[in-house]
Design a protein around this ligand. Structure first.
Ligand code: AMP
Length: 407
């Protein structure tokens, strides 16, 4: 069975084609600058050279058509015909309170995703364009949607409600949703496998630290709290996002600096975080380099970033009345030896002991990096959101085919 995984943004579309026989990636790629005159298509087949071309791609329907043409092309392709694509899975950022798990797309599901446009105005409309574009190019092929929020729907009300007038929750569904759920779910399962212990028995904190960053408390395999909130702005300090701050800063700054809502929004999402404090970059590699070169602002940015992450880990240990497993994942979490050391060296009060040699080893494998006897096992687990989407899509479409065959 071949599953195409799509992550559609407003002007981009990333894809991976999986062969579920052995979960191998046959090809991956991306279309960038959709809707502009010079769109860039990059196609990377597993066993053939990469293709990169620039052409006009005005909408998502044309982008998906171009992807399918490449996948079946005799020269660059990896499958014989487009009928070889058995199902398509989409990443959808916001599933609100409606979607607690992945589902197959039908008219009702599309309507619900549309109803959630308000909660994710930058993401959900783009995902819908991706779904419609697949429908137009591959009519009748089952599609599934996998939500970033779904894993966190197990949070109790004490964790997901904000202490603001309740009418705002009733009218507008203002509450904590959390994001990166697919990743937190996947790495928690992988960590339990590495430890050879049932996930249900663990008190785990997973740190997805990439461009965006979030931290989740996972008790017995279920998300009980997470740092991102109504939107992906809350919580940890990130590359360009502020994370937590006094909400009064928003009206105060708008007043003092004469900013509009959209300007203050842009300030907090695009011009804050590591970038604002270091004045150098939003990329942790450059921050660490700057710090090593003696740049004071890079050091301050690094220290604030790791301090805030450590406080979250401490608070989630309190939320679960303990923690026995700490997991690092995503671009920074998987690769930054310095970040993991700075965070873990301040958590010895939990009985956590990092093994500096294991921490410094480079590997693409999920692995333990704490010292033997550490009360909290620390792991690095590479995330793979696309694989989860492919697996869910495979499971749902195979079950639907079986049901249809039995009728
Ligand atoms: P992601 O959003 O998970 O793709 O993570 C992307 C981010 O990972 C980049 O912006 C970098 O800041 C960070 N990153 C990647 N490699 C390294 C590295 N070796 N050390 C520190 N940060 C890294």
């Amino acid at each position: 069975m071949k599953i195409l995984v799509i992550n559609a943004g407003s002007s981009s579309l990333k894809y991976q084609l999986y062969d579920m026989k052995d979960e191998s990636v046959l090809a991956s790629g991306r279309v960038e600058r959709i809707g502009m005159d010079s769109s860039i298509v990059t196609h990377e087949p597993a066993d053939k050279p990469e293709v990169r071309d620039v052409q006009e791609i005005l909408d998502h329907v044309t982008a998906v058509k171009r992807v399918i043409d490449l996948l079946v092309s005799p020269q660059h392709g990896v499958i014989g015909a487009m009928t070889d694509i058995d199902a398509v899975g989409h990443r959808v950022v916001h599933g609100g309170e409606t979607f607690k798990e992945s589902v197959l797309v039908n008219a009702e599901v599309k309507l619900e995703i549309r109803n959630l446009f308000d909660l994710a105005p930058l993401h959900n409309p783009a995902h819908m364009m991706g779904i419609n574009a697949v429908e137009a190019n591959l009519p009748g092929v089952p599609q599934a949607v996998v939500f970033d929020t779904a894993f966190h729907q197990t949070m109790p009300d004490v964790a997901y409600l904000y202490p603001i007038p309740k009418v705002l929750y009733r009218r507008h569904k203002i509450r904590r949703y959390g994001f990166h759920g697919t990743s937190h779910n996947y790495v928690s399962e992988q960590a339990a496998k590495v430890l050879e212990q049932p996930l249900e028995s663990l008190k785990m904190i997973t740190c997805h630290i990439g461009n965006g960053a979030s931290c989740t408390a996972i008790l017995g395999g279920k998300s009980v709290d997470t740092s991102m909130g109504l939107t992906p702005l809350e919580g940890l300090m990130m590359g360009t996002r502020s994370g937590d701050l006094d909400p009064a800063i928003v009206p105060f700054t708008m007043n003092k600096e004469d900013l509009t809502l959209s300007e203050v929004n842009s300030m907090l999402n695009k011009h804050s975080g590591l970038l604002a404090i270091s004045g150098v970059s939003s990329d942790m590699r450059e921050i660490v380099e700057g710090m090593e070169d003696g740049d004071k602002n890079s050091k301050l940015a690094f220290d604030m970033y790791t301090y805030r992450l450590r406080k979250y880990i401490g608070s989630y240990a309190a939320a679960m009345n303990g923690v026995d497993t700490l997991v690092f994942t995503a671009g920074v979490g998987e690769n930054s030896v310095a970040l993991r050391k700075a965070v873990c060296d301040g958590l010895t009060f939990l009985g956590l002991r990092l093994d500096d040699e294991l921490n410094a080893q480079r590997s693409k494998q999920a692995r333990v990096i704490s010292a033997p006897g550490s009360a909290v096992r620390v792991l690095v687990v590479p995330t793979n959101e696309e694989l989860i989407i492919a697996r869910d899509t495979y499971r749902l479409s195979a079950a639907a085919a079986e049901t249809a065959a039995g009728e």
